[in-house]
Design a binder for this molecule. Structure first.
Ligand SMILES: Nc1ncnc2c1ncn2[C@@H]1O[C@H](COP(=O)(O)OP(=O)(O)O)[C@@H](O)[C@H]1O
Ligand SMILES: [Mg+2]
Length: 369
């Protein structure tokens, strides 16, 4: 028993010693070196005066995060990563950042390779913000996520996966209307009005489209009519959820049948024309907000997420909820859902950045054990 305690204490001492103390006692950020890791095409300019909304959208998250970190007193370097991991290795060994703020969403043009870069950071014993490699890998694969969620009896639409090059016969358990998307893409890539299909011919067409456009397997899901709700979650082990957010489709869709196409999500003119936008969800059925909060924490844990994530749900008119997907490391732009829902709960942008850094600094990667 005595020996066990000694071992535990010794481990704890090593853990404490190897974790950079990023936050001072009065909860300010200590002056610290933060390496902000972005895609090479998304290195933000210092000044955005004179640029249009659409131009700024390209690097909005990167710009907002870098500006905020500087204003909070961090020493910031931005590394625009292309396909050379050597640059990351040199930046870390030469500059010795206390932490890497990870805003990378792909590597070598492959979205699922972001997890390998985070794994590399772990191998370099470099603390980082956001999700760990396992959580990234699982949540990136919508089919795998759904398999895990089903194990936990968490409601998610029934589905089938159609790998590229495979003929598809509709399983009896699935009924129209169906929704077809890529298992691996995010940000509504490949999603348009034609993603919602009501007959076998359209289904076949859309599966082929997904195969060609996204080069990944197609996920065929039962379409969930209803409202579109998002819940943002932050934490590693102890989790906090922010108020339920709702994407309103305005005049772009009839009640219950709207969904987030690429246009709905990203086309500013289209959004303005139809009054599309997201805000705090109101008039939810009694107890639903609390139920969603609990469910979101279960999903976050079931998918091994850490740091921060946003979960996408649909709420049927009968009050039942279904999770569509988990977004690890969601968009952190000040005007996007994660930050606006955090602000509604009293965590303004400086506080949010501080929290994310703190969670990154505290994440117990295996090398710290
Ligand atoms: N099974 C479904 N039922 C209803 N709408 C869906 C379904 N799957 C996706 N959608 C719509 O498509 C959007 C994008 O799908 P999602 O799975 O969240 O992928 P992405 O990673 O592109 O955000 C959702 O926000 C939702 O509006
Ligand atoms: Mg989504």
């Amino acid at each position: 028993m005595g020996l066990r305690i000694a071992v535990v204490k010794c481990r704890y001492a090593i853990f404490r010693a190897s974790v950079p103390a990023l936050i001072t006692r009065n909860n300010n950020l200590k002056p610290q070196r933060v390496l902000v890791l972005v895609h090479e095409s998304l290195v933000p300019p210092d000044n955005i005066a004179g640029l249009t909304m659409q131009q700024i959208d390209e690097f909005r998250t990167e710009f907002d995060v870098v500006q905020q970190l500087k204003q909070s007193g961090c020493e910031v370097r931005v590394l625009g990563l292309g396909d050379n991991l050597g640059e990351l290795r040199s930046a870390i060994s030469d500059w010795q950042p206390h932490i890497t703020f990870n805003l990378l969403e792909e590597f070598q043009g492959i979205v699922s390779y972001d997890q390998h870069v985070v794994a590399f950071l772990e191998l370099m014993r470099q603390p980082y913000t956001g999700c760990n490699p396992r959580g990234l890998m699982i949540s990136r694969d919508k089919a795998l996520s759904k398999q895990i969620l089903m194990y936990h009896r968490i409601p998610t639409p029934r589905f089938a996966v159609v790998p590229k090059g495979r003929r598809f016969t509709l399983p009896r358990k699935l009924s129209f209307p169906l929704f077809v998307k890529s298992v691996a893409e995010d940000a509504s890539v490949g999603i348009s009005q034609a993603s919602l299909v009501t007959d076998a011919a359209r289904l076949k067409e859309r599966i082929e489209f997904v195969h060609e456009q996204t080069n990944a397997a197609a996920l065929v899901e039962e379409f969930v009519e209803g409202r579109e709700l998002y819940v943002s979650v932050i934490g590693n082990e102890r989790l906090q959820t922010y108020p339920v957010w709702e994407l309103k489709f305005g005049s772009a869709a009839q009640a219950s049948t709207g969904f987030a196409t690429r246009k709905v999500k990203w086309d500013r003119k289209y959004q303005a024309k139809h009054g599309i936008g997201s805000r705090m969800a109101t008039e939810l059925p009694d107890g639903l907000a609390a139920q969603l909060g609990k469910l979101s924490k279960r999903i976050f844990k079931a998918l091994y997420l850490t740091g921060y994530a946003r979960l996408d749900f649909r709420l049927r008119p009968d009050g039942s909820v279904y999770v569509l997907e988990a977004n690890a490391n969601p968009n952190l732009a000040k005007i996007e859902d994660f930050a606006t829902s955090a602000a509604a709960a009293g965590d303004d942008y400086p506080t949010l950045m501080k929290q994310i850094l703190r969670l990154g600094g505290n994440y117990r990667a295996a090398w710290r054990e």
